[in-house]
Design a protein around this ligand. Structure first.
Ligand SMILES: Cc1ncc(C[n+]2csc(CCOP(=O)(O)OP(=O)(O)O)c2C)c(N)n1
Ligand SMILES: *[C@@H]1O[C@H](CO)[C@@H](O)[C@H](O)[C@H]1NC(C)=O
Length: 575
């Protein structure tokens, strides 16, 4: 009942429909009831709440037309709202406003405060954060109880224009929402004091009622009490239709205007090729935007920034918020967003990435500095779990390009691929191996070396593909031929090319990856050939926590260099 008054305030002001909003997910029944109130959902449909064949789920998802991002994992709404508000103010330059409802318990999440700092730094005066301070969380009171002044001080310290209101007083709420709209240069926080279960005898402000239905024996009395409080029960609400001053999204595919300009043998890292590619995609479409978390001169997203400064968002060192902002920017197809940082640091935003899949987001995430091949910076900077992490996300396409040409095509494909895309890039300079005109497709591997006398199939990606090529040349001198496959996408993986190559090489497969053994390339290959009789996969991968050192020393130490591949090949057919 507490949030009802807040929702009523939003509806009375007609701000509800012409805007984006994020909503504390576990209060979903309230959101659905509000949409029933304005006639979008049939009242009878509300009774199908949480049923298997009804889209009114336990927490809201974009299966519903009025939901842009899924919520329910607390603390993520405000970051997504920041992305929507940033897009409205700076990209769309439109009049729509963004409202985010949060719980007080939820404000213990650090990601809320990452978003607060972002909103004021970027002067998002089209954003209103509403905190429903009902004192209670799930299992006990939230830490600040009803201490409204502390909430106010914190919001102000984070640069918000802040109002403390009685959240049950619709007029007060309307005033605060009106003032928010007049305030320029700052986002607004409305800190609403409420009582959870307001007006319900034996429930109001009491513990132990979170997420519980009212017992059957007192439900009638309580419903009658609520009905008696409704002042004009039969008056339907008619919110104004939105003033749509943002142009409809142009959904035509975005293609590189010119082919990659690399020549076979050129040396360049895939991280740098990413920056070049993204800049070219920015040239091709004004919808392409980029975000980074203070690593832009390592990920090379700064190449995009130099060419398209108005479409680059520096998110500073707040990766959870960066992912949420990127998701917010990509809602309603307003932008095609690419967010980059070291691949390792996406781990701390994994819950946000998981939720992005539920949100049906098309966000693109680009992780550089994968694996031990980064060298001297040491294990804290090496992504060795990222393939496992992204492979497990149901809507995710995982690109692992191995040279400049394939990186450029990976970026182009990602921009036009539905669902989440992850592109894994590497730090070392490696040779360009593909002709500039080479065509790439999601789920299509390249056989980069083959003969009719191949004894083993070796599958590598990124730096390990180059190690495999070196092993190939070395073995060729000894009269041993191997077939080499570049998978290009790890998910979906081109199982038919892999199985056909394995069959052509006596069922012998070696995988080699700059990633931990669990969940990486080797396990992806194993699951692709798992039901094929007579194929044996031998896996070379990083097996324990690494160390600082020279990249080549580390590749040798962890048994994923050309030397180890040569040894593995000899051992494989010796058996
Ligand atoms: C990240 C996360 N942690 C825990 C939960 C479980 N949970 C759901 S609601 C809730 C309490 C929320 O309290 P508050 O934000 O004050 O919202 P209220 O229901 O009181 O309005 C908890 C702990 C969750 N949904 N998400
Ligand atoms: C990034 O830029 C900063 C500031 O110019 C510089 O000090 C730093 O060395 C650069 N880092 C890299 C990896 O180029």
């Amino acid at each position: 009942a507490d949030g009802y008054w807040l929702m009523a305030g939003l509806m009375i002001l007609n701000v509800f429909r012409p805007s984006c909003y994020c909503f504390q997910g576990h209060a979903a029944p309230l959101l659905y009831a509000a949409w029933a109130e304005v006639g979008f959902i049939k009242e009878s449909e509300l009774l199908n709440l949480r049923k298997i064949d009804c889209d009114l789920e336990g927490h809201p998802t974009p299966k519903l037309a009025f939901v842009d991002v899924a919520t329910g994992s607390l603390g993520q709404g405000l970051g997504a709202a920041c992305g929507m508000a940033y897009t409205g103010k700076y990209f769309d330059k439109a009049s729509y406003r963004v409202y985010c409802m949060m719980g007080d318990g939820e404000c213990s999440e650090g990601s809320v405060w990452e978003a607060m700092a972002f909103a004021s730094y970027y002067k998002l005066d089209n954003l209103v954060a509403i905190i429903d301070v009902n004192r209670l969380g799930q299992s006990e009171a939230a830490p600040l109880q009803h201490n409204m002044n502390i909430y106010k001080d914190r919001c102000e310290a984070f640069g918000f224009n802040t109002y403390v209101v009685d959240g049950h007083d619709v007029e007060e709420l309307c005033k605060a929402l009106w003032h928010a709209e007049q305030t320029k240069g700052k986002p607004t926080a409305i800190v609403a004091k409420t009582f959870k279960g307001k007006g319900l005898k034996g429930i109001e402000d009491q513990d132990n009622w979170h997420g519980k239905p009212i017992p059957k024996d007192c439900v009638e009395e309580l419903i009658n009490h609520i009905l008696s409080q409704i002042q004009s029960p039969n008056k339907p609400l008619h919110p104004q239709l939105p003033n749509e001053d943002a142009a409809p999204a142009d959904l035509t595919p975005i293609r590189l205007l010119t082919a990659p300009e690399y020549k076979i043998g050129d040396k360049m890292s895939t991280r740098k090729a990413y920056g070049v590619a993204l800049k070219k995609m920015g040239d091709a479409s004004p919808r392409v935007v980029a975000l980074d978390g203070d690593t832009k001169n390592s990920t090379f997203s700064d190449i995009f920034k130099k060419a398209h400064p108005d479409r680059f968002i520096e998110c500073f060192i707040a990766e959870q918020n960066m992912v949420s902002v990127a998701i917010g920017c990509a809602t309603r197809d307003r932008t095609v967003s690419f967010a980059s940082t070291f691949a390792a640091f996406f781990a701390r935003a994994y819950d946000h990435i998981r939720m992005a899949a539920i949100s049906q987001s098309n966000v693109n995430l680009v992780g550089s500095h994968c694996g031990v091949s980064i060298g001297e910076d040491g294990p804290s900077q090496m992504a060795l779990e990222d393939l496992a992490m992204f492979r497990a996300i149901p809507t995710c396409t995982v690109f692992y390009p191995s040279d400049g040409v394939s990186t450029e095509r990976a970026v182009e494909l990602a921009a036009n691929t539905k669902g989440i895309c992850f592109i894994r890039t590497s730090r070392p300079d490696t040779a360009v191996i593909y002709d500039a005109g080479e065509k790439f497709e999601v789920g299509k591997a390249k056989v980069v070396r083959q003969s009719d006398k191949d004894q083993v199939t070796v599958i590598g990606a990124g730096v390990t593909l180059h190690e495999a090529l070196a092993a190939h040349d070395q073995l060729a001198k000894e009269g041993v031929n191997i077939r080499i496959i570049d998978p290009f996408t790890i998910k979906p993986l081109d199982a038919s090319t892999i199985v056909a190559s394995a069959r052509a090489t006596g069922g012998r497969v070696i995988t080699v990856e700059d990633h931990y053994k669990e969940g990486g390339l080797g396990e992806a290959v194993l699951s692709a050939v798992g039901e094929e009789p007579g194929i044996v996969v031998h896996r070379l991968a990083v097996s324990h926590v690494p160390h600082s050192g020279k990249p080549q020393e580390l590749l040798d130490m962890f048994g994923i260099s050309a030397k180890s591949i040569v040894a593995a090949v000899k051992q494989t057919f010796a058996n």
